[in-house]
Design a protein around this ligand. Sequence first.
Ligand code: HEC
Length: 92
Amino acid sequence: MTGAIRAIISAPAAQADDPSQGEALYKAKCAACHAIEKNRIGPRHRGVFGRRAGSLPDFSYSAALKDSEVIWNAQSLDRWLENPAGGPLGSH
Ligand code: HEC
């Protein structure tokens, strides 16, 4: 499941999963707080793949995310989205 979501937020870099499935999942699971192009309750997702966690200058992140040294890639996104409370970044 997280692979399909990753396909959406990382497009066009990686299309390993079926993007239409990812889009439905994204709408169901993420769109309440996130949009691709603009900040909402959560930061915008355009370009998040390969970005340092907590690095948008115009979004007010938690200290945990800001101080983390995580770079968002396939591995770190999967790990966090599968178990948000278990990582160094706290809950999501
Ligand atoms: C209840 C609201 C909410 C939902 C639902 C939600 N998020 Fe978030 N998301 C946030 C908030 C708030 C932050 C900022 C967290 C912080 O500052 O610690 C965030 C941060 C993130 C980040 C880090 C962005 C960055 O710039 O470092 C990613 C990636 C992310 N969310 C992906 C997702 C995905 C994928 C989903 C769907 C599976 C999702 N989120 C669902 C609220 C939400």
